[in-house]
Design a protein around this ligand. Structure first.
Ligand code: DAH
Length: 439
């Protein structure tokens, strides 16, 4: 299923206030314009606090739509695991950007006292953020589809599991940063297939320019400097990752950047979207209390890059603890130039089952609600789900949905009996939880 342009605002492929939940990884707390009053201001995104974070996320609230299946993923921090492919890609990007900064930018410190030629690295910020930094500060309209509970995990009216690492832009900019790279897990309710998973990982890059790097008193000329630097660093990054490939820049739209662009590379016979980026919108800088400053930002998806670079065919593999997967990436961190293609250790047979039902009358159900129940029962056994039939009974006005569920274990064979058992539980859960009527 292709995402509409509207929804692509937070494309997964490029990847899709607050103050207290913007605790920085070094322990500093960045004070937002509106101090958030939640007592949990001490939540710190370290491994130690994972349990209290999980408890906070599970606190009952009418708006809480975080399913139990998400909880064990909290704190896994795949991007921080040595030798994990996501960590390797993260490391490669950080190394390249630091090298670019040390060669291209001036030595010295900004007026805020931060180094002008070194990116701050933030890779362990709390994934629980508030709607102000995740959406409002970034100029995402109140009625934008990405804010809907059908797309976003809410803990209560104000707290969400971050839907993108851009959620940290304003608090970090407000802290006085000159530049940073921020990576972490992000959470979205979405469809089920080989490239969609409710938790994935992104990296956000931001540079705020010092006056000494711009053309004083000439906003237009300064804009040209910023745009050209943005394109230079990102073209270099794409070359570093993909080799000497063709690239193209396309104009794009994000509410938080103006102008906005997307970078595509021609890799192994097809054009791939690599990242989204742009010049930071003035109003975003205003929200971060840095009016008058100018800068650029980019965002990319680590899974997407790792899947292409290492030929990893299914996004569920990133979560496996099977040594046959993980061992293939050993030694790469020390030898980043080495090329690795993942060799599937086996392709186990798939098995599919259909389920069809009448939706409950008068209750709006989103396919994402169905996908979530399927995930909660079948977990990583489910490879993809397709809504293959949908119709309205003209007499009763009831809506029917039919889904095909493809089951395949990544590490072993599944027996038919095992799949049947899961499918029965799934049918029961759909009835119990969503009040559908099985057909
Ligand atoms: N947050 C966007 C997403 O999730 C990605 C992105 C696009 C980040 C453009 C940026 C940017 O900083 O400038 O799809």
């Amino acid at each position: 299923m292709l995402l509409s342009k509207e929804k692509r605002l937070f494309r997964r492929s490029v990847l899709h206030s607050f103050s207290v939940f913007s605790n920085l990884s070094n322990g500093r707390v960045c004070q937002g314009a509106n101090s958030f009053k939640d007592k949990m201001s001490s939540i710190h995104p370290s491994i130690m606090d994972t349990e209290s974070l999980k408890r906070r996320i599970q606190m009952p609230h009418p708006k809480n739509n975080v399913p139990e299946s998400i909880i064990p993923k909290i704190g896994r921090n795949l991007h921080l695991l040595p030798h994990h492919p996501l960590n390797i890609v993260k490391q490669k990007i950080e190394n390249y950007c630091q090298e670019y900064a040390s060669k291209k930018y001036r030595n010295g410190t900004s007026q805020t006292g931060n180094a002008l030629n070194k990116f701050e690295i933030h890779d362990n910020l709390c994934p629980l953020v508030n709607t102000k930094t995740c959406f409002d500060d970034l100029l995402v309209k109140p009625d934008h589809v990405s804010r809907r509970p059908s797309d976003t995990y809410y803990v209560n009216d104000e707290l969400v599991l971050r839907t993108h690492t851009s959620a940290h832009q304003c608090p970090l900019i407000q802290s006085g940063t000159t530049m940073f790279l921020c990576s972490g897990d992000v959470f979205r309710r979405d469809e089920i297939d080989s490239s969609h998973y409710p938790v994935f990982h992104q990296m956000e890059g931001v540079k705020i320019f010092d006056n000494s790097e711009l053309v004083l008193g000439d906003k237009e000329a300064s804009l040209a400097v910023i745009e050209s630097d943005l394109k230079e660093i990102l073209t270099g990054l794409a070359k570093d990752l993909f080799g000497d490939v063709d690239m193209r820049w396309r104009n794009d739209y994000f509410p938080f950047t103006d102008p906005s662009f997307e970078l595509d590379v021609f890799f192994e016979g097809e054009w791939l979207e690599v990242l989204g980026c742009g010049v930071i919108h003035n109003d975003v800088l205003k929200n971060a209390e840095r009016s008058g400053c100018q800068g650029w930002a980019f965002g990319l998806g680590l899974e997407r890059l790792a899947m292409v670079l290492f030929k990893i065919p299914d996004i569920r593999l990133f979560w496996t603890q099977d040594k046959r997967f993980l061992d293939q990436f050993h030694g790469l961190s020390d030898n980043p130039k080495k090329k690795v293609s993942f060799v599937p250790y086996s392709k186990f047979p798939l098995c599919y089952k259909d389920v069809s039902f009448w939706l409950p009358a008068g209750v709006p159900l989103h396919p994402n609600d169905i996908y979530e129940v399927i995930r909660s029962v079948a977990g990583d056994l489910v490879e993809r789900v397709d809504l293959f039939d949908e119709f309205v009974n003209k007499k009763t006005n009831r809506v029917s949905h039919a889904y095909r569920i493809t089951y395949r274990h990544m590490d072993r064979n599944l027996t038919n009996a095992e799949v049947d058992e899961v499918q029965f539980r799934l049918r029961d859960k759909l009835v119990e939880q969503l009040k559908v009527e099985l057909r």
